[in-house]
Design a protein around this ligand. Structure first.
Ligand code: PLP
Length: 281
Protein backbone atom coordinates (compact mmCIF):
# COMPACT_ATOMS: atom_id res chain seq x y z
CA UNK A 1 0.00 0.00 0.00
CA UNK A 2 1.00 3.58 -0.60
CA UNK A 3 0.38 5.79 2.43
CA UNK A 4 0.70 9.54 2.99
CA UNK A 5 2.91 10.79 5.82
CA UNK A 6 3.76 14.42 6.53
CA UNK A 7 3.80 15.58 2.91
CA UNK A 8 4.95 12.43 1.13
CA UNK A 9 3.39 9.45 -0.59
CA UNK A 10 5.50 6.42 0.38
CA UNK A 11 5.19 2.60 0.48
CA UNK A 12 3.82 1.66 3.94
CA UNK A 13 7.10 -0.12 4.87
CA UNK A 14 9.01 3.13 4.42
CA UNK A 15 6.62 5.43 6.33
CA UNK A 16 8.15 6.99 9.45
CA UNK A 17 6.86 9.23 12.24
CA UNK A 18 8.70 10.70 15.23
CA UNK A 19 8.68 8.79 18.54
CA UNK A 20 7.99 12.22 20.05
CA UNK A 21 4.75 12.73 18.11
CA UNK A 22 2.19 13.63 20.77
CA UNK A 23 -0.41 11.33 19.21
CA UNK A 24 1.92 8.41 19.95
CA UNK A 25 2.81 9.57 23.50
CA UNK A 26 -0.47 11.14 24.63
CA UNK A 27 -3.22 10.29 22.11
CA UNK A 28 -3.02 13.97 21.17
CA UNK A 29 -4.57 13.69 17.74
CA UNK A 30 -7.87 13.54 15.90
CA UNK A 31 -9.04 11.43 12.98
CA UNK A 32 -11.69 10.90 10.34
CA UNK A 33 -12.70 7.79 8.41
CA UNK A 34 -14.33 8.47 5.04
CA UNK A 35 -15.88 5.68 3.01
CA UNK A 36 -15.01 5.04 -0.61
CA UNK A 37 -17.66 3.57 -2.88
CA UNK A 38 -17.08 3.07 -6.64
CA UNK A 39 -13.72 4.83 -6.09
CA UNK A 40 -15.47 7.97 -4.79
CA UNK A 41 -15.69 9.62 -1.34
CA UNK A 42 -18.97 9.55 0.58
CA UNK A 43 -19.91 12.79 2.36
CA UNK A 44 -16.41 14.31 2.21
CA UNK A 45 -17.63 17.83 3.17
CA UNK A 46 -19.36 16.41 6.26
CA UNK A 47 -16.16 14.69 7.39
CA UNK A 48 -14.15 17.87 6.83
CA UNK A 49 -16.65 19.92 8.86
CA UNK A 50 -16.37 17.51 11.78
CA UNK A 51 -12.57 17.41 11.46
CA UNK A 52 -12.45 21.20 11.84
CA UNK A 53 -14.75 21.00 14.85
CA UNK A 54 -12.51 18.37 16.52
CA UNK A 55 -9.36 20.41 15.77
CA UNK A 56 -10.99 23.56 17.07
CA UNK A 57 -12.11 21.92 20.33
CA UNK A 58 -8.52 20.76 20.95
CA UNK A 59 -6.96 24.09 19.87
CA UNK A 60 -5.09 22.33 17.08
CA UNK A 61 -4.11 23.72 13.69
CA UNK A 62 -5.54 22.26 10.48
CA UNK A 63 -2.50 20.71 8.78
CA UNK A 64 -3.90 21.25 5.25
CA UNK A 65 -6.77 23.04 3.52
CA UNK A 66 -9.84 20.98 2.62
CA UNK A 67 -8.90 21.19 -1.06
CA UNK A 68 -5.43 19.83 -0.30
CA UNK A 69 -6.95 17.04 1.81
CA UNK A 70 -9.38 16.16 -1.00
CA UNK A 71 -6.47 15.96 -3.46
CA UNK A 72 -4.52 13.68 -1.08
CA UNK A 73 -7.58 11.41 -0.59
CA UNK A 74 -8.02 11.15 -4.37
CA UNK A 75 -4.34 10.47 -4.97
CA UNK A 76 -4.42 7.63 -2.42
CA UNK A 77 -7.56 6.16 -4.05
CA UNK A 78 -5.80 6.23 -7.42
CA UNK A 79 -2.44 4.90 -6.22
CA UNK A 80 -4.08 2.03 -4.32
CA UNK A 81 -6.81 1.25 -6.91
CA UNK A 82 -9.39 1.56 -4.14
CA UNK A 83 -12.92 0.76 -5.31
CA UNK A 84 -14.58 0.00 -1.98
CA UNK A 85 -13.27 0.67 1.52
CA UNK A 86 -12.14 3.53 3.72
CA UNK A 87 -9.58 6.28 3.97
CA UNK A 88 -8.22 6.96 7.45
CA UNK A 89 -6.95 10.50 8.11
CA UNK A 90 -5.14 11.46 11.32
CA UNK A 91 -3.93 14.90 12.32
CA UNK A 92 -1.71 15.17 15.37
CA UNK A 93 -0.45 18.12 17.37
CA UNK A 94 3.03 17.16 16.20
CA UNK A 95 6.33 16.18 17.78
CA UNK A 96 7.53 17.86 20.98
CA UNK A 97 9.61 16.97 24.03
CA UNK A 98 7.34 14.93 26.32
CA UNK A 99 5.46 17.37 28.56
CA UNK A 100 1.81 17.90 29.54
CA UNK A 101 2.24 21.48 28.36
CA UNK A 102 2.26 21.53 24.58
CA UNK A 103 4.20 23.94 22.38
CA UNK A 104 1.87 26.13 20.33
CA UNK A 105 4.23 26.18 17.36
CA UNK A 106 4.67 22.43 16.72
CA UNK A 107 4.25 21.38 13.09
CA UNK A 108 1.07 19.24 12.91
CA UNK A 109 1.57 15.60 11.93
CA UNK A 110 -0.59 14.15 9.19
CA UNK A 111 -1.09 10.53 8.15
CA UNK A 112 -3.52 8.99 5.67
CA UNK A 113 -3.92 5.40 4.54
CA UNK A 114 -6.49 3.26 2.72
CA UNK A 115 -8.27 0.10 3.85
CA UNK A 116 -9.99 -2.02 1.21
CA UNK A 117 -13.29 -3.57 2.33
CA UNK A 118 -16.42 -4.88 0.65
CA UNK A 119 -19.15 -2.65 2.06
CA UNK A 120 -22.35 -2.81 -0.01
CA UNK A 121 -22.33 -6.62 0.08
CA UNK A 122 -20.75 -7.02 3.53
CA UNK A 123 -21.74 -10.34 5.14
CA UNK A 124 -23.17 -8.50 8.17
CA UNK A 125 -25.69 -6.67 5.92
CA UNK A 126 -27.64 -9.93 5.68
CA UNK A 127 -26.99 -11.40 9.14
CA UNK A 128 -27.02 -8.27 11.31
CA UNK A 129 -24.93 -7.91 14.47
CA UNK A 130 -25.22 -9.22 18.01
CA UNK A 131 -24.29 -6.80 20.78
CA UNK A 132 -23.68 -6.85 24.51
CA UNK A 133 -24.03 -3.77 26.72
CA UNK A 134 -21.07 -2.42 28.69
CA UNK A 135 -20.86 0.44 31.19
CA UNK A 136 -19.35 3.41 29.30
CA UNK A 137 -15.99 4.35 30.81
CA UNK A 138 -14.74 6.72 28.10
CA UNK A 139 -13.88 10.34 28.84
CA UNK A 140 -16.66 12.93 28.82
CA UNK A 141 -15.88 14.59 25.44
CA UNK A 142 -16.96 11.85 23.07
CA UNK A 143 -18.09 14.49 20.57
CA UNK A 144 -14.40 15.05 19.71
CA UNK A 145 -13.04 12.34 17.42
CA UNK A 146 -9.72 11.76 19.19
CA UNK A 147 -7.41 8.78 18.69
CA UNK A 148 -7.78 7.67 22.32
CA UNK A 149 -9.71 4.49 21.54
CA UNK A 150 -8.53 2.21 24.32
CA UNK A 151 -11.87 1.85 26.10
CA UNK A 152 -13.95 1.16 22.97
CA UNK A 153 -11.28 -1.35 21.95
CA UNK A 154 -11.52 -2.95 25.41
CA UNK A 155 -15.34 -3.13 25.15
CA UNK A 156 -15.18 -4.70 21.70
CA UNK A 157 -12.71 -7.33 22.97
CA UNK A 158 -15.23 -8.13 25.71
CA UNK A 159 -17.95 -8.55 23.06
CA UNK A 160 -15.67 -10.82 21.03
CA UNK A 161 -14.85 -12.94 24.11
CA UNK A 162 -18.62 -13.37 24.63
CA UNK A 163 -18.97 -14.55 21.00
CA UNK A 164 -20.76 -11.32 19.93
CA UNK A 165 -19.97 -8.59 17.39
CA UNK A 166 -20.00 -5.27 19.25
CA UNK A 167 -20.74 -3.52 22.53
CA UNK A 168 -23.29 -0.78 23.17
CA UNK A 169 -21.86 1.64 25.72
CA UNK A 170 -24.30 2.52 28.48
CA UNK A 171 -24.60 5.18 31.21
CA UNK A 172 -27.28 4.92 33.94
CA UNK A 173 -29.13 2.24 31.96
CA UNK A 174 -29.27 4.42 28.82
CA UNK A 175 -27.48 3.60 25.56
CA UNK A 176 -24.95 6.17 24.39
CA UNK A 177 -23.67 4.52 21.18
CA UNK A 178 -21.72 1.53 19.86
CA UNK A 179 -17.92 1.24 20.13
CA UNK A 180 -17.56 2.82 16.67
CA UNK A 181 -21.09 3.61 15.53
CA UNK A 182 -24.30 5.37 16.54
CA UNK A 183 -27.14 3.26 17.98
CA UNK A 184 -30.85 3.21 17.10
CA UNK A 185 -34.03 1.35 17.96
CA UNK A 186 -37.39 1.27 16.20
CA UNK A 187 -40.65 1.00 18.16
CA UNK A 188 -44.10 1.29 16.54
CA UNK A 189 -42.47 2.70 13.37
CA UNK A 190 -40.66 5.47 15.28
CA UNK A 191 -36.86 5.62 14.85
CA UNK A 192 -35.26 6.50 18.17
CA UNK A 193 -31.61 7.55 18.60
CA UNK A 194 -29.77 9.45 21.30
CA UNK A 195 -29.81 13.25 20.93
CA UNK A 196 -26.52 15.01 20.15
CA UNK A 197 -24.43 16.20 23.12
CA UNK A 198 -20.88 15.77 24.41
CA UNK A 199 -21.85 12.18 25.32
CA UNK A 200 -21.70 10.78 21.77
CA UNK A 201 -19.86 11.28 18.51
CA UNK A 202 -21.89 13.34 16.05
CA UNK A 203 -21.95 10.72 13.32
CA UNK A 204 -21.79 11.93 9.74
CA UNK A 205 -23.76 8.83 8.71
CA UNK A 206 -26.26 9.56 11.51
CA UNK A 207 -26.95 13.03 10.10
CA UNK A 208 -27.45 11.64 6.57
CA UNK A 209 -29.66 8.73 7.66
CA UNK A 210 -31.91 10.93 9.84
CA UNK A 211 -32.26 13.37 6.94
CA UNK A 212 -33.25 10.55 4.55
CA UNK A 213 -35.68 9.11 7.14
CA UNK A 214 -37.41 12.47 7.58
CA UNK A 215 -37.53 13.06 3.82
CA UNK A 216 -39.27 9.68 3.51
CA UNK A 217 -41.85 10.82 6.12
CA UNK A 218 -40.57 8.33 8.72
CA UNK A 219 -40.95 9.39 12.35
CA UNK A 220 -37.72 10.21 14.20
CA UNK A 221 -37.21 10.87 17.92
CA UNK A 222 -33.80 12.10 19.06
CA UNK A 223 -33.69 11.12 22.73
CA UNK A 224 -31.97 8.72 25.11
CA UNK A 225 -33.38 5.17 25.26
CA UNK A 226 -32.76 2.50 27.87
CA UNK A 227 -31.33 -1.00 27.45
CA UNK A 228 -34.73 -2.34 28.56
CA UNK A 229 -36.51 -0.37 25.80
CA UNK A 230 -33.94 -1.63 23.29
CA UNK A 231 -34.48 -5.28 24.23
CA UNK A 232 -38.23 -4.82 23.69
CA UNK A 233 -37.82 -2.87 20.43
CA UNK A 234 -39.23 -3.98 17.05
CA UNK A 235 -35.86 -3.33 15.38
CA UNK A 236 -32.41 -2.03 16.19
CA UNK A 237 -29.53 -0.87 14.01
CA UNK A 238 -26.31 1.13 13.97
CA UNK A 239 -24.72 3.57 11.54
CA UNK A 240 -21.14 4.54 10.69
CA UNK A 241 -19.08 5.50 7.67
CA UNK A 242 -17.77 1.94 7.41
CA UNK A 243 -20.91 -0.04 8.40
CA UNK A 244 -23.41 2.26 6.58
CA UNK A 245 -26.68 1.09 8.20
CA UNK A 246 -26.32 -2.35 9.81
CA UNK A 247 -29.09 -4.16 11.70
CA UNK A 248 -28.69 -5.31 15.31
CA UNK A 249 -30.43 -8.66 15.86
CA UNK A 250 -29.52 -9.42 19.48
CA UNK A 251 -28.96 -7.26 22.58
CA UNK A 252 -27.65 -8.93 25.78
CA UNK A 253 -29.07 -12.27 24.61
CA UNK A 254 -32.52 -10.87 23.75
CA UNK A 255 -33.47 -11.55 20.11
CA UNK A 256 -34.58 -8.46 18.16
CA UNK A 257 -36.76 -8.54 15.05
CA UNK A 258 -36.84 -12.38 14.98
CA UNK A 259 -33.05 -12.42 14.63
CA UNK A 260 -33.03 -10.85 11.16
CA UNK A 261 -32.54 -7.32 9.83
CA UNK A 262 -35.89 -5.52 10.14
CA UNK A 263 -37.68 -3.71 7.29
CA UNK A 264 -36.89 -0.16 8.43
CA UNK A 265 -33.17 -0.88 8.89
CA UNK A 266 -33.07 -2.62 5.49
CA UNK A 267 -34.85 0.27 3.78
CA UNK A 268 -32.60 2.91 5.38
CA UNK A 269 -29.53 0.95 4.31
CA UNK A 270 -30.78 0.87 0.72
CA UNK A 271 -31.65 4.58 0.68
CA UNK A 272 -28.31 5.49 2.29
CA UNK A 273 -26.34 3.53 -0.34
CA UNK A 274 -28.41 4.93 -3.25
CA UNK A 275 -28.15 8.54 -2.08
CA UNK A 276 -24.46 8.25 -1.19
CA UNK A 277 -23.71 6.88 -4.65
CA UNK A 278 -25.39 9.95 -6.17
CA UNK A 279 -23.50 12.53 -4.09
CA UNK A 280 -20.05 10.85 -3.72
CA UNK A 281 -17.18 12.92 -5.14
N1 PLP B 1 -19.69 6.82 17.36
C1 PLP B 1 -18.41 6.48 17.53
C2 PLP B 1 -17.88 6.32 18.91
C3 PLP B 1 -17.57 6.30 16.41
O1 PLP B 1 -16.27 5.97 16.58
C4 PLP B 1 -18.12 6.45 15.11
C5 PLP B 1 -17.30 6.28 13.89
O2 PLP B 1 -16.19 5.87 13.88
C6 PLP B 1 -19.47 6.78 14.98
C7 PLP B 1 -20.23 6.97 16.13
C8 PLP B 1 -20.10 6.95 13.63
O3 PLP B 1 -19.68 8.14 13.02
P1 PLP B 1 -19.64 8.28 11.43
O4 PLP B 1 -21.04 8.02 10.95
O5 PLP B 1 -19.25 9.69 11.19
O6 PLP B 1 -18.67 7.29 10.92
Amino acid sequence: RTVYVNGEFVPEEEAKISVFDRAFLMADGVYEVTSVLDGKLIDFPGHMARLHRSLNELKMKPARTDDELLAIHRELIARNDLESGMIYLQITRGAADRDFIWPTDAEPGIVLFTQAKEQVNAATAKTGLKVITVEDQRWARRDIKTVQLLFPSFAKMEAKAAGKDDAWLVTDGEVNEGTSNNAYIVKNDVIITRNLSNDILHGITRAAVLRFAREAQMKVEERAFTVEEAKAADEAFCTSASAFVTAIVEIDGATISAGEPGPIAARLREVYIDESRKTAI
